[in-house]
Design a protein around this ligand. Structure first.
Ligand code: FAD
Length: 418
């Protein structure tokens, strides 16, 4: 049984394709999401279906795989059973011989869950659509109000957390306001919007080399993004944020800061780190049960004294490793070598024509890196049709500056009409 059809879960299932095992892939959603491009759905470049693939299509391609749309409620490693809730059907108990838990992470508000109501995180297609609606609606409200203060509040976008997601989102909003929405309104100029990127740390992209952080900060400045580092957010409410004692009025606050492991890990009754990830051994199983593996973001692994990063490549490599190991065991063979993460490099994109790359000793950024970023992301998308569609959208957007997914599915209504 594989719980979670993200990068790790899908890689584990693929690695078991030719094995004499029956696989049950269980997920609370019916689709795999290519998370690295979620920010483009949130900023109207791409449509949700262009970066996702239904699990049922995988089932059609892999004979030993079945899919179950269900949410995990409890795991009993001693009985080798999982209790799930299937929507519209109810609770069910499912037994397993091997279990792979690959449930990933969720946004963490550092003990301030009350911020979540006002500052959505970006993890699912729903989140991306919520953010897109918030951003596009802000301009509609700014256009229709006569109140100058309210107009400025609607046209201020605050992003909390200057990691890759915060940086990519901020740069994409900057280009939306300065290119795509230009001349689209009569009473406002979207280019006058304020985009503020806050971070408690000393620099943007703190997991990258300092030289790349500086490049990215300069690029953001050029795009008109205000970067405020070393700033702690004290409050988020319906009027905006209070950071370092100062209020920034904003109708759109986005949470791109911390993450915590999915609560499913707690159900395993194993040791966890501070972010709630399972502390697995070198073969990626929990110490209490050698047939229970944790792979991807939900696993805490240290290699050569450094934590293995929570990135797609690490999740894919772990999922593949676990799949192969199970295939070995199913044949009655002993476990081979322990897991080793091969770092293929880190990338972040900062708007049109600019990305940074760090791999081994190489640290670079600019237009060529952006081309490499675009090619790699298109190739990595699930399904051929997504690759064609994304390329077409990007090409059109590159030439015209237009974005094709600017629909507001439900316009914001005044409180009295709700
Ligand atoms: C916005 C964003 C941008 C990113 N950009 C990059 C990038 O540019 N490059 C990069 O390398 N990495 C990037 N990452 C990180 C990368 O996406 C993750 O490292 C990767 O997705 C982890 O894979 P995973 O399989 O562990 O978890 P996920 O891909 O998160 O998959 C977890 C799966 O588990 C399912 N699930 C969770 N709980 C339950 C439950 N209770 N019951 C049933 N199913 C459940 C979920 O529905 C989901 O399908 C980004 C992440 C985000 C959020």
């Amino acid at each position: 049984m594989i719980i979670g059809g993200g990068f790790a879960g899908i890689a584990a299932a693929h690695a078991l394709k030719r094995s004499n095992v029956d696989i049950l892939l269980l997920d609370r959603r019916n689709h795999h999401i290519f998370q690295p491009l979620l920010y483009q759905v949130a900023t109207a470049v791409l449509a949700p279906s262009e970066i996702a693939a239904p699990f049922r299509q995988l089932e059609a391609k892999q004979k030993n795989l079945s899919v179950l749309l269900a949410e995990v409620k409890a795991i009993n490693p001693a009985a080798r059973a999982v209790e799930v809730i299937c929507p519209g059907v109810g609770s069910r108990k499912v037994e397993y011989d091997f279990l792979v838990v690959a449930t990933g992470m969720r946004p963490s508000y550092f003990g301030h869950d009350e911020f979540a109501r006002f500052a959505p995180g970006l993890k699912t297609l729903n989140d991306a659509e919520t953010i897109r609606t918030k951003i596009l609606s802000a301009f509609e409200l700014a256009e229709s109000t006569d109140d100058e203060k309210e107009r400025a509040r609607q046209m201020t976008f605050v992003l909390v957390g200057a990691g890759p997601t915060g940086v990519e989102l901020a740069a994409s909003i900057a280009q939306l306001v300065s290119v795509t929405l230009r001349k689209n309104f009569r009473n406002i100029d979207p280019a006058e919007s304020r985009i503020v990127l806050l971070d408690g740390g000393a620099r943007v992209l703190s997991t990258f080399a300092e030289s790349l952080s500086k490049k990215v900060a300069r690029r953001l400045d050029k795009l008109g993004v205000e970067v405020l580092t070393g700033v702690k957010v004290e409050r988020v409410d319906d009027q905006g944020v209070i950071a370092a004692g100062e209020r920034i009025p904003s109708a759109t606050v986005l949470w791109t800061a911390g993450v915590a492991a999915s609560p499913v890990i707690k159900m395993l009754g194993t040791t966890m780190d501070r972010a709630g990830r399972a502390l697995v051994g070198p073969f990626l199983h929990i110490p209490e049960a050698p047939e229970v593996f944790v792979a991807g973001d939900a696993a805490a692994i240290t290699q050569d004294g450094h934590p293995v990063p929570g990135v797609a490549q690490a999740a894919i490599q772990q999922g593949r490793f676990v799949g192969r190991l199970i295939a070995h065991r199913a044949k009655g063979r002993k476990d081979g070598r322990p897991f080793r993460y091969r770092n293929k490099g880190n990338m972040a994109v900062v708007g049109k024509n600019f990305a940074v790359l760090e791999v081994g000793w190489l640290r670079t950024g600019g237009f060529l890196t952006w081309l490499v970023w675009a090619a790699l992301h298109v190739l990595a998308l699930p399904q051929l049709q997504n690759r064609f569609r994304v390329q077409t959208q990007w090409f059109w957007s590159y030439l015209t500056g237009q974005r094709s997914s600017r629909l507001i599915s439900e316009a914001p209504r005044p409180p009295e009409s709700r």
